[in-house]
Design a binder for this molecule. Structure first.
Ligand SMILES: Nc1nc2c(ncn2[C@@H]2O[C@H](COP(=O)(O)OP(=O)(O)OP(=O)(O)O)[C@@H](O)[C@H]2O)c(=O)[nH]1
Ligand SMILES: [Mg+2]
Length: 382
């Protein structure tokens, strides 16, 4: 048999079982007593086979590797949705157009001050707002920017640069070996569970076989909430057993093992909301990651931190702490519809050099947009 990362290894269901054997996983050792596997939406999805876009010349060639790109490429066509979600932030930034329409060199210092103010109101954060305006000032003084439209274009370009220059890819990095495991983490009520539903919906559209893991064993109704999303998206789910106090790490571990055994493409792990300042809960999260990694080396492929867009710059300390404890690979910014302050997207990326991978722009199944810096900036500054 070929190497672990081999594409041909993932080409058949028996190959996936082979992975499990090769890793010498002992399924019987997992604490199954605290976990129940639930088949949602009928047994049809249990069929092990090659489906949908995964086929290429009869093989699942680089399927997972391509998936992040496929999903992201569709972002550009979703610009209208992003537009409607950003109405509040755009209102705040509309003043930028007014300022630049009447821009002239003599008043440029005042205008730059007002521009900085507009960025601050939209939660770009002092450090990032200053950085953006300083770059413009430098180019104006050097004579490289001579008109309002030129300044606006430069402003947009600078923000795209901040969002893309220092960060790794905004595409999901799902590796080459199935299942790809994604852990969704964050503080209470940010939108983790909803995001898992939306992600499953995205994957579903690409013919991906999704297993959810109800790793939030803390809140009584959390499992049921995820179960509803599983039903809506035709995913399967591993739940803590009713009445048994399951450890979240055990549920996630069991889900990953089932993911390997039953040839799932993606395992989406839900976790309890927790305050980044709560040492014990953050340690528990570290344990969850360890358990996932023990069940499948190199997993999780992504640890996605859900940040509530309405909290504005308060998300910065959260992001720093979660990153320090488990190593965040990407952000998902939710609730950027309504009252959100979209500028915080730029400040959090600028601060931590971690890419935003998705933005949530509503409560519905389709309200999750793959993040594309240019589309995002065009939505902010039409
Ligand atoms: N407007 C809006 N609401 C959202 C978005 N994402 C989630 N919500 C809502 O936010 C609330 C909390 O969502 P959950 O998915 O339960 O959040 P959670 O992080 O799983 O919460 P805990 O498990 O309690 O920590 C729900 O009412 C969701 O409908 C979004 O992008 N926009
Ligand atoms: Mg939840």
């Amino acid at each position: 048999m070929a190497t672990m990362g081999s594409l041909s290894l993932a080409a058949t269901s028996s190959g996936a079982v082979g992975v499990a054997q090769q890793l010498q996983h002992d399924w019987r050792s997992c604490p199954a007593n605290a976990v129940r596997n639930v088949v949602v939406n009928g047994g049809g999805r249990q069929t092990r086979g090659v489906v949908g876009v995964r086929c290429e010349g009869g093989q699942k060639v680089g399927f997972l590797g391509r998936l992040g790109r496929v999903i992201k490429e569709k972002a550009k066509s979703d610009i209208q949705l992003l537009f409607s979600g950003f109405s509040k932030t755009r209102e705040n930034l509309a003043v930028v157009d007014e300022l630049l329409t009447y821009w002239n060199l003599d008043e440029s210092e005042d205008i730059l001050d007002e521009l900085e103010e507009a960025l601050l109101v939209s939660d770009f954060g002092p450090k990032t707002a200053m950085k953006i305006v300083d770059a413009l000032r430098k180019d104006i003084l050097a004579g490289r920017l001579k008109s309002g439209p030129q300044i606006k274009e430069a402003l947009k370009k600078n923000i795209v640069k901040l969002l893309t220059d220092k960060v790794s890819s905004t595409e999901l990095q799902l590796g080459t070996r199935r299942p790809a495991v994604l852990m969704i983490v964050g503080v209470n009520g940010g939108g983790k569970t909803t995001t898992i539903g939306k992600l499953a919906n995205r994957f579903n559209k690409e013919g991906v076989k999704v297993l959810m893991a109800a790793g939030d064993t803390f809140r009584a109704a959390a499992g049921e909430q995820l179960e509803v999303w599983a039903q809506r998206t035709g995913s399967e789910i591993v739940m803590p057993e009713a009445g048994v106090k399951a450890r979240p790490a055990a549920v996630l571990s069991q889900a990953v093992k089932r993911g390997i055994e039953e040839d799932f493409d993606v395992v989406l792990c839900d976790t309890s909301g927790r305050l980044h300042t709560n040492y014990n809960l953050m340690e528990e999260l570290r344990g969850c990651k360890r358990a996932v990694n023990k069940a499948l080396p190199n997993a999780p492929n992504e640890i996605l931190l859900v940040l509530d867009g309405t909290t504005g710059l308060n998300m910065l300390p959260q992001a720093r702490e979660f990153n320090q404890v488990v190593g965040v690979t990407g952000f998902i910014l939710t609730k950027l519809d309504g009252t959100a302050r979209g500028g915080c997207v730029v400040s959090v990326v600028d601060d931590l050099s971690i890419p935003v991978k998705f933005v949530g722009v509503g409560e519905g199944l389709n309200d999750l947009q793959p993040f594309d810096a240019e589309s995002f900036v065009n939505a902010l500054f039409p």
